[in-house]
Design a protein around this ligand. Structure first.
Ligand code: GLC
Ligand code: CA
Length: 585
């Protein structure tokens, strides 16, 4: 429901853009702790290009397809596009295995298409950030081809090579995709390290030449007009000293052992000095394995490393790897609170509920059945967009796309899902019926089905055979249906983003959970010197008799997800109700 007041805000937001007025230059801007920065005010829209829009009928999304859909992203109110890897790749991990960092993946288009994407975005007052995947390359990258060819090749030291131990790998490091993180390479009889797939050898960041090559790649894309980077698994670039075996406890969550290596901050500070400083960029690190306590080291503006990082504590709530376990709403809230505080006095947070590595949020934290889907998607939108931090929306989240029903392992495409299957079912350790239900709920493939544009065959994604199945519910859940529907999830996202753009308090204002232990309702405030807002979210499918544990005189109802004409603050919050209220400061 949109009230009159917020309707006015919305009209203002879509008229004179706030962010679009900021010049797109990369001029130096001194950073002080609470200084307003364009990337704090940004709303980022993540595009997984192969699944976004196909234009040539080969079943693979492409850059011309993305360009053709920029109006959708702009109308949503997003100001930045994060493009998942668009580089030349053998594609064993959907582009996170890069063969040539300076070449556009021909399946996605050409360099001319990329340049057109940048200029089309700039014409709209929007910006582009690209994925920087430099913990590892593809094994087909020229550096690795050289490196593996002989022990004295000048590129040998670009990767991490060790002798085996007792006829096996050098230590017990596991790969995130199953099996050992070491691969014996026949030509030289040594093992190379790969935290991810065998075809993703880890670079040796201790070698200054490697670092200089990375910086050159970054400059190359900055010269093309990109406004920043999302840095893939960046806390893993510095490897543990000596690399002893992991303890049995550490083996359960190896990301904590792999992250925060002894030189990671030296490298990031060097990267900042050599490349980032002096440009007005957005940098966000993917930071699995970084605890809340360690966060200021990465994001403190006094540290000159990154602007913000993605934490995975919320994404991993109630999950151990691919297995689901029960979780509670107070636990969820506690993750949000800790994350909000984690940057420390000089830091800033990145917030997200979905990305290409996680299931759909409405299936994960909401209710994807007909009775709850629309309302829970709206409640989650409020959680994502009304917190403090730069929000990242993943393609399809804005229409409430759901997980896809998989019936057997053959339906999965992801290298990770197949790795899990190999080590559990194929190894004989577990029965398929023990693995499949959880894998279905947690698989990364859930996020990778094609974008649902309309109700036509293949959801308007392609006229050919899609590279991956389109969710059968595209006939019901799609952009075309929602675009002009005032009650739709998409319309609600637009209103929320406009509201955020119009109230600096909703961007910069302090965040406070006013009822952390309530088992169902998330009640928090956003406050600065001028204004105060109360945000109420019923995170369940049951109505809640709710008594706010503070006095708050509501002066305006800005936006609510369920209609509630009688009173601004109902005694009973309907199922999945979410509302933004202005209160007396
Ligand atoms: C990151 C990416 C993921 C990829 C992995 C290896 O976690 O988000 O998709 O598989 O890194 O590059
Ligand atoms: Ca295509």
């Amino acid at each position: 429901m949109l009230t009159r007041r917020s309707a006015i805000c919305f009209a203002l937001a879509s008229g004179v853009g706030t962010l679009s007025d900021i010049p797109l230059s990369r001029k130096a801007a001194a950073s002080t702790d609470n200084e307003a920065r364009w990337w704090k005010e940004a709303v980022v829209y993540q595009v997984y290009p192969r699944s976004f829009q196909d234009t040539n009928g080969d079943g693979m999304g492409d850059l011309p397809g993305l360009i053709s859909r920029l109006d959708h992203i702009q109308a949503l109110g997003a100001t930045v596009v994060w493009l998942c890897p668009h580089y030349d790749t053998p594609d064993i991990d959907n582009g996170y295995d890069i063969r040539d960092y300076r070449k556009v993946n021909p399946d996605l288009g050409t360099m001319a298409d990329f340049e057109r994407l940048v200029s089309e975005l700039h014409q709209r007052g929007m910006r582009l950030i690209v994925d920087l995947v430099v913990n590892h390359t593809s094994d087909e990258h020229e550096w690795f081809r050289q490196s593996r060819s002989s022990r004295n090749n000048p590129y040998r030291d670009f990767y991490i090579w060790r002798d085996g131990r007792d006829g096996g790998p050098p230590n017990n490091y596991p790969s995130f995709f199953g099996g050992s993180a070491w691969q014996l390479d026949a030509p030289t009889g040594q093992y190379y390290l790969h935290y991810f797939a065998r075809k993703q050898p880890d670079l040796n960041w201790e070698n200054p030449k490697v670092r200089q090559h990375v910086y050159d790649i970054m400059r190359f894309w900055l010269d093309k007009g990109v406004s920043g980077f999302r840095m893939d698994v960046i806390p893993y670039i510095s490897k543990p000293d000596e690399m002893p075996d992991l303890s049995p406890e550490a083996l359960i969550l190896p990301e904590y052992a792999y992250a925060n290596g002894p030189h990671v901050h030296d490298y990031l500070q060097e990267m900042n000095r050599e490349v980032l400083a002096g440009h007005n960029l957005l940098t966000v690190g993917e930071a699995g394995g970084v605890t809340f306590e360690q966060t200021p080291l990465y994001v403190g503006s006094d540290r000159h490393e990154l602007d913000m990082i993605f934490h995975f504590d919320l994404a991993h709530l109630g999950r151990v790897d691919w297995k689901m376990q029960p979780w509670t709403i107070p636990q969820l809230k506690s993750m949000v609170i800790q994350e909000d505080q984690s940057g420390g006095p000089h830091g800033w947070a990145a917030t997200f509920l979905e990305n290409h590595d996680h299931p759909r949020s409405v299936s994960r934290y909401g209710d994807d059945r007909p009775q709850g889907r629309i309302q829970s998607a709206k409640a989650l939108a409020v959680l994502l967009l009304m917190r403090r931090g730069t929000p990242y929306i993943y393609q399809g989240e804005e229409i409430g796309m759901t997980n896809i029903p998989f019936s057997s392992i053959a339906d999965f495409e992801d290298i990770n899902a197949h790795g899990i299957w190999k080590t559990t079912v194929e190894s004989g350790a577990m029965d398929a019926t023990e693995v499949l239900p959880d894998l279905r709920r947690t698989s990364r493939d859930n996020a990778r089905t094609p974008m649902q544009w309309d109700a036509s065959e293949n959801g308007g994604f392609t006229t050919g055979k899609p590279w991956f199945r389109v969710n059968p519910n595209h006939t019901e859940i799609n952009v075309a249906h929602q675009k002009h529907d005032p009650q739709s999830v998409l319309t609600f996202y637009r209103h929320l983003i406009a509201l955020r753009a119009n109230h600096r308090t909703l961007i910069y204002g302090a965040f406070q959970d006013v009822d952390p232990s309530h088992p169902a309702v998330f009640a928090f405030t956003r406050t600065d010197q001028n204004e105060r807002f109360l945000i109420l979210i019923n995170l369940t499918g049951e109505p809640q008799n709710y008594v706010l544990p503070m006095t708050a005189r509501i002066t305006d109802v800005l936006l609510t997800s369920t209609s509630n004409p009688q009173s601004p603050l109902p005694a009973e919050l309907p199922a999945w109700h979410a509302g933004i209220y202005k209160i007396e400061a």
